[in-house]
Design a binder for this molecule. Structure first.
Ligand SMILES: *[C@@H]1O[C@H](CO)[C@@H](O)[C@H](O)[C@H]1NC(C)=O
Length: 273
């Protein structure tokens, strides 16, 4: 417990002290008017010592957020020089998940929901970077929203300003995920450490993790593999305030992904489309 608190404090301290490109504490949405009136000194998710009544300002129970990304090469998805978005998952602070929390808000036609609410830029970005392996982007977005987004307490419709359009909390979800992803350039961070896709080279798990930790400014993610090759990364956060306009505080992954620590790992190139 003490060790966790120290790590967290040093992460926050480092991020505040050095506004470097690697800084990944963020306020994802540049909103002209604040959405929520959450207190600036409220608790960080997963770190309350007493009951917090206002779940619009305290993400619970899913206060451990994973921004998950894919590196798909078979078939290849997305640009050759970028990982792609999988989603943003609320974990119950203990590596268990709640899922599909509100079937009544399992929205369809996410693309129209975004354009109807002025989030065309977000949609355009998603069409390149949040893509399904089989081209079923719309279904993929619907799935990520209904399975994970509907479990976020701070995105409950009652947390939004009165008069918000139906489904607006899902618009905020997609904008937040896109902004978080943009602050987590896994490809560039690896490339900055000399690690680029290759058919020949291989790496140990600890080489990959320490490269990402250095390049990100001190945060260690979790890495998943498929057939001995890098396939996914999870960047972990706690959040202060609302998912929609709170502050995401990066933390080290609380557990390893499934890449083996004892075998060499490939980072394969994507094939051209
Ligand atoms: C933290 O807050 C949540 C939400 O109100 C509550 O369910 C949980 O029991 C609290 N944790 C502690 C240790 O009091």
């Amino acid at each position: 417990m003490r060790a966790t608190a120290v790590v967290l404090a040093s992460v926050i301290g480092a991020a505040l002290a050095s506004p470097s490109p690697a800084q990944i504490v963020l306020n994802p949405l540049q909103l002209s008017t604040p959405l929520s009136s959450c207190p600036a000194n409220g608790p960080i998710s997963c770190h309350n010592s007493s009951r917090i009544p206002d779940l619009c300002c305290f993400e619970s129970p899913g206060g451990l957020l994973l921004q998950t990304q894919f590196w798909d090469t078979h078939p290849s998805t997305g640009p050759e020089d970028s990982w792609t978005i999988h989603g943003l998952w609320p974990d119950n602070c203990d590596t268990t998940f709640n899922e599909n929390c509100d079937p009544s808000r399992a929205y369809t036609d996410i693309a129209s929901l975004l354009t109807d609410n002025g989030a065309t830029d977000t949609l355009n970005f998603m069409e390149t970077y949040w893509v399904d392996m089989h081209g079923e982007n719309e279904q993929f977005w619907e799935h990520e929203w209904s399975k994970h987004g509907t479990c976020m307490s701070t995105l409950n419709p009652q947390c939004l300003p009165s008069g918000s359009p139906d489904g607006f909390e899902a618009v905020l979800f997609f904008q937040t995920v896109v902004s978080l992803f943009q602050s987590l350039p896994t490809y560039t961070w690896l490339a900055n450490e000399g690690i680029t896709p290759s058919h020949d080279r291989t790496y140990t798990l600890s080489e990959l993790l320490s490269a990402l930790k250095r390049a990100s400014g001190g945060i260690e993610p979790a890495l998943d593999c498929k057939s001995g090759a890098l396939n996914a990364v999870s960047w972990y956060f706690n959040v202060k305030g609302s998912i929609a306009d709170g502050t995401f505080v990066p933390i080290n992954a609380p557990k390893h992904g499934d890449c083996h620590s004892s075998s060499r790992i490939k980072y394969l190139p994507k094939t051209r489309h």
